[in-house]
Design a protein around this ligand. Structure first.
Ligand SMILES: Cc1cc2nc3c(=O)[nH]c(=O)nc-3n(C[C@H](O)[C@H](O)[C@H](O)COP(=O)(O)OP(=O)(O)OC[C@H]3O[C@@H](n4cnc5c(N)ncnc54)[C@H](O)[C@@H]3O)c2cc1C
Length: 378
């Protein structure tokens, strides 16, 4: 970590200390009990609820690289909490970047303190990877309101959050007919499906968001009509870095656990650490995580610099880091033998949690589509 400057080292130390004290000891319990709102508020007090939101409205005004450092450390404590926070940060950033001054002044002070929590609603039952085919409609009622109809699938925070950033169709088919509209909790016509029973991220609520004649002020639209899909994709550039950073932190935690375990466990009269297979596996795990971290930081620097190939690098990092982190977590489980398969050792939770990082915010196949399309365009 020697490439970090003094401020970044302080950020890492703060996030690490919080994660080790407040998140790691509770992560297994939260799988049963759900997210802890008080802990989310404590994270907000550290400035982690508006990491790259401007300081004018209470954000931390930090860089994407800083965010990657923070999410890696938080995820070493609890992947589900860190990843949930990353989605909230993505929504807050969208409001800060594309909202009006009035919208920013209204929402951001509440979001950066996590007095209000935000969810991102793009996916629909019929449109996942092909997100631009979304069918949720928003039609004006001629009276300064949109009437929204449709449903959003797999929404992280559904029924828990206070504001939903809904990508909906205000125009023709295709990406240019999509707008981003903020829908507040308790708006008549907004309802939620049953909580999904998931392999991982079990601390987080995930559900369908239903919009049935849901009347929302036109003033809640971010930017002009037809810009919503662009905003959603720009949000995902940074979102993908954060999802990758969370995967990296989870895998680092799994490696830390494996490193201690192989020094304790004896078979054939020797510590597991004395077998060359164990040593080589540990070396590969460490190397793979270091390579992942380097690519992640490179992509974050590109996004900070608004480089022309930032989107490509964010997709490359998301694909590489999440695949690698999952493999490393699985290797950590293998080094634990049968004990790795037991919940008590917590490595199986990490493996379960990291599986979805290869699927959401664009599957890793879609990351390859983004990268190759950009390469072939040149
Ligand atoms: C726990 C969880 C939380 C989520 N949270 C949110 C959220 O908060 N907000 C939100 O909007 N969404 C969320 N999602 C949705 C997630 O982003 C989608 O599941 C994801 O984009 C994939 O869409 P899909 O599930 O419809 O799969 P599909 O698009 O049906 O894909 C199925 C398979 O086909 C492959 N495929 C599809 N198209 C292509 C192609 N062109 N080339 C090659 N392969 C292709 C995919 O890679 C995948 O392997 C969440 C999902 C989960 C599981």
């Amino acid at each position: 970590m020697s490439e970090l400057n003094e401020d970044q080292q302080l950020i890492v130390d703060t996030a690490r200390s919080f994660a080790q004290k407040r998140l790691r000891p509770n992560a297994a319990r939260w799988e049963e009990e759900g997210l802890d709102r008080n802990v989310l508020r404590e994270l907000a007090e550290l400035g982690f609820a508006g990491i790259y939101v401007g300081e004018a409205h209470g954000g931390s005004g930090l860089s994407r690289l800083d965010a990657a450092l923070i999410f890696e450390e938080l995820s070493r404590g609890c992947i589900a909490t860190a990843a949930f926070l990353s989605i909230h940060n993505m929504c807050s950033w969208m409001i800060d970047s594309f909202g009006s001054e009035e919208q920013r002044a209204h929402w951001l002070p509440q979001l950066v303190t996590m007095e209000k929590i935000a969810s991102y609603c793009l996916t629909e039952p019929g449109s996942g990877s092909d997100a631009a085919a979304l069918r949720t409609t928003a039609k004006t009622d001629g009276n300064e309101h949109y009437v929204l109809n449709g449903s959003k699938a797999f929404i992280s925070g559904a029924s828990f959050s206070d504001v939903y950033v809904v990508m909906c169709r205000t125009g023709d088919a295709g990406p240019k007919g999509v707008s981003a509209v903020l829908v507040e909790n308790e708006t008549p016509g907004l309802s939620f499906g049953k909580l999904e029973d998931k392999m991982g991220w079990r601390a987080q609520p995930t559900a369908i968001v239903n919009l049935e004649d849901c009347k929302t002020p036109v003033a809640n639209r971010l930017g002009p009509e037809g810009e919503g899909f662009k905003y959603a994709m720009k949000g995902l550039d940074g979102g993908r870095l954060n999802i990758a950073a969370c995967a990296l932190g989870g895998a680092q935690d799994a490696l830390d656990r494996a490193l201690s375990y192989v020094k304790e466990r004896k078979q054939f009269g020797k510590q597991l650490a004395e077998f060359q297979n164990t040593q080589f596996t540990l070396a590969d795990m460490q190397t793979d995580l270091a390579a992942s971290r380097a690519l992640l930081h490179m992509a974050a620097r590109k996004l900070d610099a608004k480089a022309h190939d930032a989107t490509r690098y964010c997709a490359m990092a998301k694909r590489f880091v999440t695949d690698t982190a999952f493999k490393v977590a699985d290797q950590a489980l293998q080094l634990h033998g049968g004990y790795g398969y037991l919940a008590d050792y917590e490595v199986e939770r990490i493996v379960r949690d990291l599986r979805v990082h290869r699927i959401l915010e664009g599957t890793n196949e879609i990351m390859r589509v983004i990268v190759s399309r950009d390469m072939l365009r040149e």
